[in-house]
Design a protein around this ligand. Sequence first.
Ligand code: FMN
Length: 303
Amino acid sequence: MGNAVNIAGVWLKNPILTASGTYNYRESSGYYDPAALGAVTTKSVSPTPWPGNDAPVIAETHGGMLNAIGLANRGLEAYLAPGGELAMLKAAGATVCANVVGRTAEDYTKVCEGLADSAVDLLELNISCPNVKCGGMSFGTDPAVAADLVRKCKIAAGAKPLLVKLTPNVTDITEIARAALDAGADGLTLINTLKGMRIDLKTGRPVLSTGAGGLSGPAIHPVAVRMVWETRQAVGDKVPIIGMGGVMTGADAYELILAGANAVAVGTAALIDPRAPVRILGELAEYLRFDTGKSSEKYSENM
Ligand SMILES: Cc1cc2nc3c(=O)[nH]c(=O)nc-3n(C[C@H](O)[C@H](O)[C@H](O)COP(=O)(O)O)c2cc1C
């Protein structure tokens, strides 16, 4: 099969992944075999459990949604526990990319250290966090701060390949991309959500409890295409790039590949249809003319 892609030394059997925060094994594995995808990217993991924000944390928009879930997760220990998310995905034969988050540089390095000897295949540093206050520091928007964090995490991650997930909420995404790569990042993922807000017409107040939230879905796809394109032009051919943002169909995924992505992640589409990643994989195969393999064919019969 000519559909495998190499991301920073890790072979993905095909170029479709889940986007962080939109897949979890307990809820999603009944819909398709996670080993059918190139990789599953798991929800952001922090060193200790993080509560989410108060409701409401979700709002629909034209062509997408806003979320202010706030990176709620059960923490590193639960992630690594026997019977935890990582163990279940590995038992199912999935390739796993672990998304890492923190409020301080020490938080991030603790998680990277904790994952360095784990069964995780790739690390993805979430320096985009639009819904949490990151220790007053702008990890994803200040090139010097981003570089310092990546340098520390690269050491903490040991031999695990380290991808850095970029925010679109900047004037020039290529500045942060270059800073992350110069500091030792092995690849880039982009884009995270765009900062947005809706107002309740009856109360005159923001719909989300946090005021602003992160916009995702088809509305942001052209922004993702533009940013992947600009990043690819800036960093050259060799840097692995995982593109995401509003991918609803194989055509959308192919567009991101044409823009310069080596692989593509599916997020919001899976909240509408949990099987979207395997459907999109099948559709993308039509464009790239590859064989999706037995596993995904088996599941696509049920769609
Ligand atoms: C409900 C929800 C939760 C998310 N949680 C995370 C997260 O924990 N960490 C992260 O890096 N990105 C998170 N994201 C961002 C997605 O991974 C992705 O970058 C973004 O939604 C754009 O892709 P999409 O338009 O296909 O959803 C989340 C997105 C949504 C919609």
